[in-house]
Every structure is written in C-alpha cells, then in structure tokens.
Design a protein around this ligand. Sequence first.
Ligand code: FAD
Length: 395
Amino acid sequence: ATGKVVVVGGGFGGATCARHLRALAPNLSVTLVEPDETIVTCPFSNTVIAGLNGIDAITRGLAPLKSLGVTVAVDRAAGFDPSRRVVKLSGGQELPYDRLVLSPGVDLKWGAIEGYDEKAAEIMPHAWKAGPQTLLLRRQIEAMDDGGVVVISAPQNPYRCPPGPYERASLIAHYLKAKKPRSKVIVLDAKDNFSKQGLFVEAWKKLYPGLLEWVPFAQAGNLTRVDPSTKTFHTDFSDVKADVANVIPPQRASRIVDQLGLAKGEDWVRVNQSTFESAIVPGVHVLGDSIIAGAMPKSAFSATSQAKMCAHAIAALMAGREPPVASFINTCYSLVAPDYGITVSDVFRVAPNGSITAVEGAGGVSPLGAPPEFRAREADYARGWYASITAETFG
Ligand code: FAD
C-alpha cells in the first residue's frame, strides 16, 4: 500500500494505530497529530492519586514513534476539508490524507451537572484526564485532615474506564487507612450496578470496613448540582458535604468529531465495527473511547486492540484487498490495594448484525473467595500489563 494516512490523537488508540500502520505497510506515509509532547496515561493514574507512584511513572513521550518513521506534528487538529481530504491544524498547517484516523478520546460534558464547569474542576477535580488534574486531587487528599471525607461521584454508563471510579475509591481508602484512619471515602453512584462489583465489594468488606461506603443510585438519587464554594454534592435525596470532592462527570466523544459531523448530535460516534470507517464520511476511521464499539468497554486495552484491527483494515483497503475478519481482546485490571488485584477479560468478534460481541465462554472475572496469594499475583499481573501496554504503545 502507498499513500498518506493522518492519525489525530497520540493516546493509546492513535499511537498504536500509527505504529502498526508503519509496520504493516512501510511505504505508507503516516503523520500523527497530538498537541501534547508527553502523554500522561490515565491507566495507573489512580496509583498517583493514592501516593503509590509519582507522575513520572505514568508519563510517556512520542519520540520512539518518530524513530519508526512516524511524522509527529505537535499541534491540534482544528478542522477538516473532507472534499479536499485535508486536516487543518491550529497552527495553520494543512495535512493532506488518503485516509484519516481519529482517536481523540473523550470530552467532559461541562454543565451536565449544574455548577460543574472548568472553573469548578479547579476546586472539585475530575482527574478523568490524567495530568494536572491528577496532581490536584493528590495534593488535596494529602492536605486533608485525619477524619475528613472524600466524596467521589461516579457517572451513568457509558463512560471511560467502567471500573475506574471503584479502583480510585479503593486506592484512596488504602492511603487513608495507613495515614488518616479516621477518614472516609463515599462513592455517590449514578448506577445501581458496576463493573466487577462482586469482587470490589468482597475486597472492601475485608480491607476497608467502615472506611469506604458505596451509595447506589437507588439511595443517592440523581446528582443534580454541585457547589464548589462549600464542596457540596446536591442529590435528589440529600446534600453531601466533602472535604475533598472528586466529580467524575458524564462524558462524550471528543468534540473534534463534530467538525466532521461524525456524531450526528449523539454523544458517541457510530462506525463500521470491523474497519472503524465512518458511514457518514468515507475514508475517515474513528476508534477508542470516542466510538460505540458494541460490547467493548472504553479502555486503553480496547483502544489498542481496535487500533491494530483498524491498521490492518486500512493497509488492506489501501492495497485494494479485503480487510481481514476482525477479533478483539480486552482485560481490565483494577488494584484494590498494592497487593490485591482483580480482573475482567473478554474476547470479542463481530456478530452477523455488525456489532462487536463477547465470545461466550472465552472471558470472565477473577474468582470470588480467592486466597491472598492469588490477589497478590493479579496485582503483579496488573503492573506487568501496564509496563507492556505502555512499551507496546509508546516504545
Ligand atoms: P486517549 O488515550 O485519551 O487519547 C486521545 C488523545 O487525543 C489525547 O492525547 C489528546 O490530547 C488527543 N486529542 C484530542 N483532541 C485532539 C485534537 N483536536 N487534535 C489532536 N489530538 C487531539 N484503561 C485500561 O485499559 N486499563 C486501565 O487500568 C485504565 N485505567 C484508567 C484509570 C482512569 C482513572 C481513567 C480515567 C481511565 C483509565 N483507563 C484504563 C481508560 C483509558 O485511559 C482510555 O480508555 C484510553 O485512554 C482511550 O484511548 P483513546 O486513544 O481513545 O484516548
């Protein structure tokens, strides 16, 4: 295959797609557009919030991609002209493409909770995009007095990283148990069920009794408003005041997809789930957190699995061949404590109706009631997973 591919977004999906395109079709010219010179990963950012790691441990550069022949444009995609097939960068440059890939992640829905906007997030951090927000939440927890209350609000599905709020609550509880044992973590949930719930609840009873309280939607009600001046969460049923307030707001596909009309007024982009090509704008592929990908959760592992299939599809299509039959994998590890890990895994195929579907009997969650050595091994696997996915993605 020959020609030009532009990839927008140098996170898990975009960096993986660019890397695999170069490997599969060395004659393709591949340009990656990403405004940040370094990527701070959301995976393992909860360990930074809990003081187990510094921010350097979750920071990666894009330089290794350049040595593979990927051209990196440190800029933001600001617009497109699909009729001329060009991407316009905010610096003014225009990049022509034969095929365009977007893996721009999520945007937070500011204002979906009354009172929660970008200014409020400086007082009640979301820390759902890693970087300064991660450090802000860390500093607030460190500065909190013993006996303080950390409140985390978790959104309705779908959102980035379904088990993420519960891993966060667990690791904050781990820190408080050691350093500020009279304190408390409360999760106000917009759902009555969540990912790996049985495993989390089993662990919380054992590790954090009285320290971590999960309040389901049925008891919490809708989170209607937050008040940054008092760090208060106002729900249908009560007002909960926090010493440290972590608001994880509802999310949607990154707004850059609106420039191409790809979301059509919906929160997420619909694509052909085998090739990730948009039905609305031919030649444009979208993957990762921004899309509806059938039964796949919005995770870094999912984004990289989709990115590899998307690279295969593009290499085939640009060489005039049929794209291969798609299959995917995902494993989500969560650390409940540094020596206590739990997982959910699935293998996926595209069903005849075109939707990505979990292969029955090919996945599962860690067993309930497993001995401590088992949980300690899973925590080691989680660290091994992080080391390998970041090495594979960023080099
Ligand atoms: P991202 O990785 O967010 O990449 C998007 C990139 O696009 C960004 O670098 C952004 O700067 C760039 N971008 C956006 N707009 C533009 C534009 N206009 N022009 C150019 N570039 C642009 N997943 C796991 O698999 N395992 C975990 O343990 C895990 N833990 C998590 C913990 C937390 C607290 C959170 C919040 C998430 C976690 N995730 C985890 C989920 C994971 O972070 C996401 O699913 C993953 O990052 C999605 O990849 P992506 O490529 O879609 O988006």
